[in-house]
Design a protein around this ligand. Structure first.
Ligand SMILES: [Zn+2]
Length: 242
């Protein structure tokens, strides 16, 4: 299946997620002179596919990349782009503690699997996504904030807010104010599989907070974008399951 950039609202496009490849949605915000990415893809290969699509729609050069949180599938494509990377301050520490500056290679992955068998599934998914570790590097954020931050780009306003949560304590949301789109990353999800404890569940209270913002669209990491009505219905279904 060919994955193409999908238009959502006047300034927002989404490069759709692919669960088979652990590939999250990549948000693309296009203004007359700038392009902002929400997350960088799970690998240089994924990022290059997004880049090819940006050329196809004639988007301006990527000026900013916003990491919704530090997890590899949202950050490992960053080296392909030149834009300024923005994230929560804890994202910098978590990238440093988990991924930055490691001797990434197939043998490093093998060693990690032996030392931490619970992470084997994640490490295998990384290996599949990245294909070749030659020249691979993790890129740390260059601009950080603690609670919130706004970007004003050619008349388009982006509000970045720290929401934290159990999935990853550095999770943020990105609101595209004029388009009424909220990118929520993986913020309300359970912790990653290898860290999950019995009783962990999705954070429905957090979703209620997002719905209270009355957006037209909600874009999460690993699901199709939902309009307000469908997002509210999805929340009810989740509560029913609990
Ligand atoms: Zn995640």
């Amino acid at each position: 299946m060919v994955i193409e950039l999908q238009p959502l609202t006047p300034h927002v496009w989404v490069y759709p997620y692919d669960p088979k490849e652990t590939q999250p949605n990549i948000g693309v915000i296009v203004t007359p002179t700038q392009t902002v990415l929400i997350d960088a893809g799970n690998s240089p290969r994924h990022a290059r596919r997004v880049l090819a699509e940006l050329w196809r729609i004639d988007a301006p050069l990527v000026t900013h990349i916003i990491y919704t949180h530090y997890h590899w599938d949202h950050t490992f494509g960053a080296q392909i782009f030149n834009g300024t990377i923005i994230a929560h301050e804890r994202c910098h520490d978590l990238l440093t503690a988990n991924y930055f500056g490691r001797p990434w290679s197939t043998s490093y992955i093998q060693d990690e699997m032996q030392q931490n068998p619970a992470r084997a599934g994640v490490l295998r998914a990384m290996e599949r996504a990245v294909e070749s570790w030659r020249g691979f590097r993790v890129v740390l954020p260059q601009v950080m904030f603690s609670r919130q931050m706004a970007l004003h780009l050619d008349g388009v306003t982006l509000n970045l807010r720290h929401v934290g949560g159990k999935h990853s304590e550095d999770s943020i949301t990105v609101e595209v104010v004029e388009d009424k789109v909220l990118f929520i990353g993986d913020s309300y999800y359970e912790p990653p599989v290898f860290l999950r404890q019995p009783g962990d569940h999705v954070d429905t209270e957090m979703i209620e907070g997002f719905l209270a913002q009355e957006m037209n669209w909600y874009v999460e990491g690993h699901h199709t974008p939902l309009d307000h009505k469908d997002a509210a219905a999805a929340l009810e279904a989740m509560k029913g399951d609990a």
